[in-house]
Design a protein around this ligand. Structure first.
Ligand SMILES: Cc1cc2nc3c(=O)[nH]c(=O)nc-3n(C[C@H](O)[C@H](O)[C@H](O)COP(=O)(O)O)c2cc1C
Length: 401
């Protein structure tokens, strides 16, 4: 018996879990896996929303066949063409030859680029509707959330938004499918990690999409994304989080990330953190960039206002794991943080000077003077670290009001 779950009387969850893949997009660690969510509406006309990664094609098609028995599948709505959701399109049309593929013009360009020409295209425009019988679908084009063809589909009798990757996150659905069935603390962390690393760069487009949904004035009873839990009890919780994340809104706290080979740079991080705590800052996270994957660093940097970066010099440049982090930060265009800088060097430097170059490019507000200790930090270096911590705490506390 394959797991299909009723979301409403006629809407089914037909997604699959992936516990085998180590890295999502061959980049982001999947410590607790990922789900590829898909949905089916069983009406006079039947419709499926998105497919799954090609490795999961068989179980996905078996789930559909288990619900439809001998009936045909009439529509496949393609909200997003990324291969983790489009991998079973061709196989689904092979199984159901009359299947109509629903998407926008950009969807079909990408579809043909990836899979060659298929058939029965039903091209929709922004705001178009499609009746399945009792259920009526409306389509909202939401380009560049985070691909050019991305769109959302809304079912009006139940108030269900099929939102593709928007509102989704990492983590398999281990029994619980709905927001009220799972430990939300874990899924919110994994949803922020997904958002900040994959969608975050396109915050302005997320804001446009949220505005479009708001202006449509549609009741949002259920949000059904293509990863992570289905939101039926508190869909506005995830909408609010998305709104805040895409405006780069922060919480009070400081993330200290350092690159250190022999522990000298690390000592400075500990002194800064202690001083922040003495100044009343409660959320303080110290990360060794060599130990914690950059995706977790980015997730916390998305959350907190204060950022303090440290690096030893390495072959005239930044320590490599810190270089990975600053490259990702530059690319993600994260805005409006408070930034302090520290590090070590034994001869001509390279760590702190490159962090200062990064600061010029990213244009965050600087906190204190950068400090570079010669090989190992001495009292005067620690005093400069303390000055950074004091100024950081003062500016964060000022923002409390
Ligand atoms: C492989 C390697 C490359 C280094 N490259 C530089 C460099 O280009 N410029 C410099 O001033 N120091 C360089 N150093 C020295 C370290 O940056 C310095 O000793 C620092 O204090 C090490 O800090 P840590 O204890 O936090 O690892 C290098 C050290 C090593 C082991």
């Amino acid at each position: 018996m394959l797991t299909t779950v009723n979301i409403t009387d006629d809407i089914y969850y037909i997604g699959v879990n992936d516990r085998e893949t180590y890295l999502f997009e061959n980049l982001w660690p999947l410590d607790r896996g990922v789900s590829y969510n898909a949905y089916l509406i069983d009406d006079e006309q039947t419709a499926v929303f998105d497919t799954v990664k090609n490795t999961k094609t068989h179980v996905f098609i078996d789930k559909i066949a288990g619900i439809l028995k001998d009936r045909p599948l009439d529509y496949l709505v393609i909200n997003h063409m990324e291969p983790d959701h489009s991998g079973a399109i061709k196989a689904l049309q092979d199984k159901y030859p009359d299947l109509k593929l629903v998407g926008n013009t950009k969807t079909f360009e990408l579809l043909e680029d990836f899979y060659g020409p298929l058939k029965n295209y039903h091209v929709i425009k922004d705001g178009d509707q499609l009746s399945l019988g009792t259920h009526t679908l409306s389509f909202y084009l939401t380009p560049m959330v985070h691909w050019p063809e991305t769109m959302m589909s809304y079912e009006s009798t139940t108030g269900t938004l099929f939102s593709m990757d928007a509102f989704g996150g990492f983590g398999t659905l281990d029994g619980g499918i709905f927001d009220d069935e799972v430990n939300l603390e874990f899924y919110m962390d994994e949803t922020r990690r997904y958002y900040s690393n994959i969608v975050g760069k396109y915050g302005a487009m997320v804001q446009k999409a949220l505005k479009k949904l708001k202006d449509a004035n549609i009741p949002m009873n259920i949000i059904a994304p293509t990863h992570g839990p289905v939101w039926r009890t508190d869909p506005h919780c995830i909408i609010d989080h998305y709104d805040r994340w895409s405006r780069a809104e922060t919480e009070e706290g400081v993330v200290i990330v350092y690159g250190s080979m022999y522990g000298n740079t690390q000592k400075m991080a500990d002194v800064i953190a202690r001083r922040l705590s003495e100044n009343g800052i409660k959320n303080i996270r110290i990360y060794d960039a060599s130990k914690t994957h950059v995706s977790y660093l980015i997730s916390d940097l998305w959350r907190f206002k204060g950022v303090i970066l440290g690096s030893c010099a390495y072959n005239t440049g930044l320590f490599p794991t810190m270089e990975t982090l600053v490259n990702k930060l530059e690319n993600s265009q994260l805005k409006d943080r408070l930034l302090g800088i520290f590090g070590t060097a034994s001869w001509s430097g390279g760590g702190v000077s490159n962090l200062n170059k990064f600061a010029e490019k990213i244009k965050w507000q600087r906190v204190g003077e950068s400090v570079e200790a010669k090989s190992s930090p001495k009292e005067k270096d620690f005093q400069q670290c303390i000055a950074i911590a004091d100024e950081m705490a003062e500016r964060l506390i000022k923002e409390r009001a």
